[in-house]
Design a protein around this ligand. Structure first.
Ligand code: FAD
Length: 358
């Protein structure tokens, strides 16, 4: 009953693409299950629009049951708390243990908490999205000044989406804002934040919380009651304890076939995987889906696998909270409502493609 040919762990972007292909084309032979902590898969690209009041929760998520039914895949709603790479066993929070010949991991990452003394400061991590949204709605019954920690694309989009929803907003960035993006996007983001009166602190790594105070090394940098954590993806701790070879940050090292480089019967994709050239962003996870779908099918049929090659450049579209967006492509940058409409079109097409009825 708990034995499967293949278990997909996590309903990340890559697994959604895999299920879609299997539902529409051909599914591999054997018993297959998807384990997901949530009944829905959330599309992070639309989360800032949801917070800005431009979308509903339904607009930004895909219901998993109809998709699994169409792909003839069992859906198991539970949290995975550990896996054994050697035995390919998956341990669920409710005590069940699942066994599989093949495993595929697409569980994303988590946001690490900050060291904290006292409980005067309430911290909310942006992931998992369902918990984040519930807490955020409670907070917004009585809006208060807010600090956002994280100066990547997520932190900037959240700051722009929330600036007018709270009395005062500060954005803390450990280094340069939007490091890794082109200088034009950096300047445009600073301009957009300034326009919305967001207080930006670059090169201010927040290291601890004491009572109602945020500290960057020994400097007191902010006082208040509410902090939003939007720092980059950290590896889920159980990946490092699974027996899989992981990189220095705890993400599963994979080969271009998307197989673990220590356990060939385990695949990993998206943010939880580590492959040179593949960045931790939804765009890369989405692009891995066709290769993953093909390779899982080939693995189950004992056929040769294909290689995934990460794209060298990716388009960045950052929502500005008012329907517009900032754009970066290689060395170019731009901003305006037209880019926002383009982003909406791309995001909504993703949701439409993965929405099954029944
Ligand atoms: C506010 C915000 C905005 C963003 N905007 C963009 C954007 O516009 N474009 C972009 O490319 N990237 C964006 N990102 C980054 C993007 O969210 C991630 O890079 C992307 O979601 C990673 O996709 P993934 O396929 O690895 O997994 P995820 O989409 O993170 O999905 C992981 C899945 O695994 C499940 N899961 C996790 N742990 C367990 C467990 N223990 N047991 C069972 N299931 C589990 C989760 O429920 C989830 O379904 C944004 C991030 C944030 C926070």
């Amino acid at each position: 009953m708990n034995d499967y040919d293949l278990i997909l762990v996590g309903a990340g972007h890559a697994h959604l693409g895999v299920l879609r292909r299997w539902a529409m084309l051909e599914r591999p032979p054997g018993r297959i299950a998807l384990v997901s902590a949530d009944h829905h898969a959330w599309y992070s690209g639309m989360l800032p629009g949801l917070l800005a009041g431009r979308f509903s929760a339904e607009d930004c998520s895909v219901e998993l049951q109809p998709m699994c039914r169409a792909a003839k895949v069992d859906l198991i709603i539970d949290e995975v708390i550990s896996i054994s790479a050697e035995q390919r066993q998956v341990q669920l929070r409710d005590g069940r243990q699942l066994n599989a010949k093949w495993l595929s991991l697409n569980v994303g990452g988590q946001v690490s908490p900050l060291p904290q003394q006292g409980d005067a400061m309430h911290c909310l991590a942006v992931k998992p999205f369902a918990q984040f949204l519930t807490h955020w709605q409670t907070w917004q019954q009585a809006p208060k000044p807010l600090a956002i920690i994280g100066g990547g694309a997520a932190g900037v989009e959240l700051a722009l989406a929330l600036a007018e929803k709270v009395p005062q907003l500060s954005l803390f960035c450990a280094g340069k804002l939007l490091a890794g993006h082109n200088p034009g996007l950096h300047l445009r983001a600073i301009g957009a934040l300034r326009q919305r009166r967001v207080r930006l602190r670059e090169y201010s790594p927040v290291s601890r919380i004491e009572g109602d105070q945020l500290f960057s090394e020994d400097d007191l940098v902010w006082r208040g009651e509410r902090v939003l954590l939007a720092t980059g993806a950290q590896a889920l701790p159980w990946l490092g304890q699974s027996g899989l070879r992981c990189d220095a940050r705890g993400f599963v090292q994979i080969m271009p076939t998307l197989q673990s480089d220590s356990h060939r019967q385990i695949f990993a994709a998206g943010d939880c995987a580590s492959l040179p050239g593949a960045l931790k962003s939804g765009v890369y996870s989405v692009r891995q889906a066709p290769v993953l779908a093909n390779n899982l099918m080939a693995a189950l049929k004992d056929q040769p696998l294909k290689n995934y090659r990460p794209q060298k450049h990716s388009l960045a579209l950052l929502a500005t909270g008012d329907g517009g967006a900032l754009l970066a492509w290689r060395g170019l940058s731009a901003s305006g409502q037209i880019y926002g409409r383009w982003k909406d079109y791309l995001d909504q097409s993703f949701i439409r493609r993965h929405r099954f009825v029944g």
